[in-house]
Design a protein around this ligand. Structure first.
Ligand SMILES: [Zn+2]
Length: 72
C-alpha cells in the first residue's frame, strides 16, 4: 500500500469526485465536503448527499466489483 486513505467526518454534505491521485494504480476519489478518500477496492461505495453516485465512482465500482456480502 502506498498510503492510507483519508477518512473524514461526513456530515450529509458529501460530494464525491475523482482526483488526479492514484493508489496502487487505482484512481483516488475524494469527498469535497469532508476530505474522505476512496478507491474502488474498498468494500463500501461512496454516495453523494443527494443520494446520487458520481458517474466516475459508479464506473470505478463497476470495474472493480466487490462481493455483496462477506462469507464471515
Ligand atoms: Zn463526505
Amino acid at each position: 500500500m502506498a498510503r492510507e486513505l483519508a477518512s473524514g467526518d461526513c456530515r450529509g454534505e458529501c460530494n464525491w469526485t475523482g482526483t488526479n491521485d492514484q493508489i496502487d494504480d487505482l484512481q483516488v476519489f475524494a469527498c469535497g465536503a469532508c476530505g474522505s478518500e476512496w478507491i474502488p477496492t474498498e468494500s463500501w461505495t461512496p454516495r453523494n448527499a443527494d443520494g446520487e453516485i458520481d458517474p466516475g465512482v459508479a464506473a470505478a465500482r463497476a470495474a472493480h466489483p466487490v462481493a455483496p456480502s462477506s462469507p464471515w
